[in-house]
Ligand binder design. Sequence first.
Ligand SMILES: NC(=O)C1=CN([C@@H]2O[C@H](COP(=O)(O)OP(=O)(O)OC[C@H]3O[C@@H](n4cnc5c(N)ncnc54)[C@H](OP(=O)(O)O)[C@@H]3O)[C@@H](O)[C@H]2O)C=CC1
Ligand SMILES: O=C(O)[C@@H]1CCC=N1
Length: 274
Amino acid sequence: MASQVTFIGAGNMASAIFGGMIESGYPREAITATSPGDEHLAPLRSRYGIHTQTDNRAAIANADVVVLAVKPQVMQSVCTELHEVIQARKPLIVSVAAGLPAETLEHWLGGSLAVIRCMPNTPSLVGAGAAGLYANPRVSAAQRELATTLMQAVGLAEWVDDEAQLEAVTAIAGSAPAYFFLIFEALEAAGIRLGLPADTARRLAQQTAYGAALMAQQSDQSPDQLKRNVMSPGGTTERAIQVLEEAGLRQAFLDAADACAERAREMADELGKR
Ligand SMILES: NC(=O)C1=CN([C@@H]2O[C@H](COP(=O)(O)OP(=O)(O)OC[C@H]3O[C@@H](n4cnc5c(N)ncnc54)[C@H](OP(=O)(O)O)[C@@H]3O)[C@@H](O)[C@H]2O)C=CC1
Ligand SMILES: O=C(O)[C@@H]1CCC=N1
């Protein structure tokens, strides 16, 4: 029988994961999601056919896995609310919150718990997520396998041994879909400026990104070589890449990733004090 999975919080990230799980065949009857207001839950019930609850404590009464998917800023109050039921049942805890250390979550929930920190991303919704996972020492091999199965149902799942490595995962996977969406915006605007209809520009930019990602995944060649394969000497791409390099795009990505990781550390400091 499938493990009962309860999502505390039913926002962008939770719905991307449970939506992807259902798409990949996970039984919807085994999934519950909570939110403070039913107006947010009603559309999820009709779209996904999952159980919903406005009462967090009731929602975890039969849970094997509790996925904490609220904003980091409300996590402590949610943990305080759940603490007694969690201690009585000791389910596997999976937190997707940026920044918050496993030890802090475990402490807020009363201690002695198996906690997995997961840094997923929203393309989980279409089965193309990329997630990093870290397990505290109380997580059993079977629980690790369960979390791997759940996250592999919605994309790539990579375990890290050192919790601090989740900062890097956040910088290049958790937050990174937004970087690519920014590039899509820019390419669409460029296409329009050069005379294409907006919808044509959008489709071309999206398909090109999709094709580039698929090709990079399927090729033995490095990204640098794949890039050079497009750059005919003296041609158009060489000129464009020169402009991007001179504009500092490469450094901008390094700086953005540093800023992202730094913010994750700041959030841990701001929220993780116990
Ligand atoms: N969005 C992303 O790309 C990623 C997000 N994350 C992490 O996922 C977590 C959620 O982010 P995201 O989904 O974007 O945020 P959202 O604001 O979309 O979702 C948060 C959800 O929590 C609900 N909520 C608020 N308070 C409570 C409560 N007391 N009990 C139960 N549910 C509650 C909200 O309901 P309501 O709207 O009614 O207030 C909402 O449904 C964060 O910790 C974030 O760090 C991690 C990786 C990627
Ligand atoms: O922006 C955030 O804080 C969350 C975590 C990673 C993606 N979204």
